[in-house]
Write a protein of this length. Structure first.
Length: 488
């Protein structure tokens, strides 16, 4: 866009003129103070008469007698002229400084110069990026400069290589601001040209797990994969725990990014001599372009150190209390049923009910059973870390697939329906490094809501056919919503 370039012409011109004026005045000052040197000439230090042909130390012009020979070799300095020039330079600098205080330093820099500064910041939330985004919104950023921003992000820098967490917090954050704009310029489902460099950006994958486990426990590894592919791209993760007897799992994520809730992988029972948990994660991407197929993008191996030893009871101390029970009871939302769609029956919990200080350092792990006239129909496992620092990273769950199929075929209005919650420390340790875990059990009536219409599309699923029949309550647990289930 020529207009965007012309709009920045005053900025470039302003800097050019400023630079020229400061250089000129500084040069004048230097000339005045240092340039008129003797260079072997003998000059009267008072009237600067050339004494090359004069004998002795007395000036024949003004009569001044120099004390010694070196007095005749002094540099002639025009003090006043130099001071005026240096004052002029200072005034220009003060003027530019005042302007930068008024409009911010980024407001004075042309976009291209702002882009040059991007690698200098440690975070992607910096003044230069905010200024560039503002110019983009106002139509003042040229396409060429937008492309330069994208290139700067896909290149990364020495301290922030693509695929690293440093890159994610710096360039990934920048891309998050500009990526939706690129998507809005698409014609139809076809990607906008400037989005194509994003296609091969490696995702940033992190795994986390509790450090200390009892031997024989089934460890939980949380795998989180963030990507900056073109807006709306789907993600497929093939996760293989590198352990004997471990089953690889595949998870599909819809849309922009996998949700904040990571994918939980459970290991086979841990051997007593194990010192780390390792997984191989292969990622595949599919853009929202019509007819696009899954494309492999990256394969990485990740490892997290663990130690095996001690009894479960020595690692985590049970705590109980009415306020704790009440909060957990409030977190059980119940069943929702739609008339159709993927996963038309979902069981919701809201872990944010436990985001209270009474739960600080307390992990929650329980088995939930849905009972029909006292008979167990569906069994779920659920775990998360309570407390004021509650985080989706530490939430996970497992559902009995057969039970859900059975439940979907039953009449939820006939008979007596209840939910039985029983704490289980072997589930609580999956949530993370908590010194304590909630202990308790209760049975409450099952809340059930029939929702009109088709179930919202799930954020993610595991079924190969992509029309999941297996709800994984993790995602819909409302962990990412403070007052209820996210609902897909
Ligand atoms: Zn003289």
């Amino acid at each position: 866009m020529v207009s965007a370039l012309l709009q920045e012409a005053p900025l470039w011109l302003g800097w050019l003129v400023t630079l020229a004026l400061v250089s000129l005045t500084t040069f004048i000052a230097w000339r005045a103070w240092f340039a008129d040197r003797a260079d072997g000439r003998r000059r009267c230090p008072r009237c600067w008469y050339d004494m090359a042909y004069s004998e002795g130390m007395t000036c024949s012009e003004c009569g001044y007698t120099a004390p010694n020979e070196s007095a005749l070799a002094r540099t002639r300095r025009h003090w006043g002229r130099g001071f005026i020039a240096i004052l002029a330079a200072a005034a220009i600098i003060v003027f530019v400084y005042e302007r930068s205080v008024q409009v911010g330093w980024t407001g004075l820099l042309p976009s291209r110069a702002l882009i040059w500064t991007l690698p200098l910041f440690s975070s992607g939330n910096n003044d230069a990026v905010v200024q560039l985004a503002t110019r983009l919104n106002q139509g003042k950023l040229s396409d060429r400069n937008l492309q330069r921003i994208i290139e700067s992000c896909t290149d990364g820098d020495r301290g922030a290589r693509p695929g690293s967490t440093a890159w994610a917090s710096k360039y990934g954050t920048i891309l998050d601001r500009f990526r939706p704009v690129l998507a809005s310029r698409r014609s139809g489902s076809e990607l906008y040209d400037m989005e194509r460099p994003l296609l091969n950006l490696p995702p940033v994958i992190t795994i986390t797990a509790r450090e200390q486990w009892p031997a024989g426990a089934s460890a939980r590894i949380a795998v989180q994969a963030l990507n900056w592919w073109p807006f709306g791209s789907d993600t497929q993760l093939r996760i293989a725990p590198l352990m004997d007897g471990a089953e690889p799992v595949t998870a599909y994520f819809r849309g922009l990014n996998p949700p904040a809730t990571p994918f939980s992988v459970l290991t086979p029972p841990l051997e007593a001599d194990r010192t780390s948990l390792e997984v191989e994660v292969a990622t595949y991407r599919r853009t929202s372009q019509t007819g696009d197929e899954w494309q492999p993008v990256s394969v990485s191996r990740l490892s997290v150190p663990i130690s095996i030893g001690g009894e479960l009871t020595s690692m985590i101390t049970p705590v109980s209390g009415r306020d704790l029970d009440d909060a957990i009871r409030a977190s059980i939302i119940g069943l929702r049923k739609w008339n159709g769609g993927a996963i038309p029956l979902r069981f919701y919990v809201n872990p944010r009910q436990t985001a209270i200080s009474a739960f600080d350092g307390v992990a929650i792990g329980y088995i939930s059973e849905i009972l029909h006239d006292g008979q167990v129909v569906l069994t779920d496992q659920c775990w998360w870390m309570g407390g004021t620092g509650i985080s989706d990273i530490q939430f996970g769950s497992w559902s009995d697939e057969g039970g859900l199929k059975k439940l979907a075929e039953m009449d939820l209005r006939a008979g007596r329906w209840e939910v039985r919650i029983r704490s289980d420390p072997t589930l609580a340790i999956r949530a993370g490094e908590a010194p304590r875990c909630w202990e308790g059990q209760f049975t409450i009536p099952l809340s059930f809501v029939q929702v009109p219409g088709v179930a919202p599309e799930p954020h993610w699923w595991m079924d190969e056919e992509e029309s999941p029949e297996t709800p994984r309550p993790d995602d819909d647990a409302g962990a990412d919503s403070p007052d209820g289930p996210s609902g897909g």
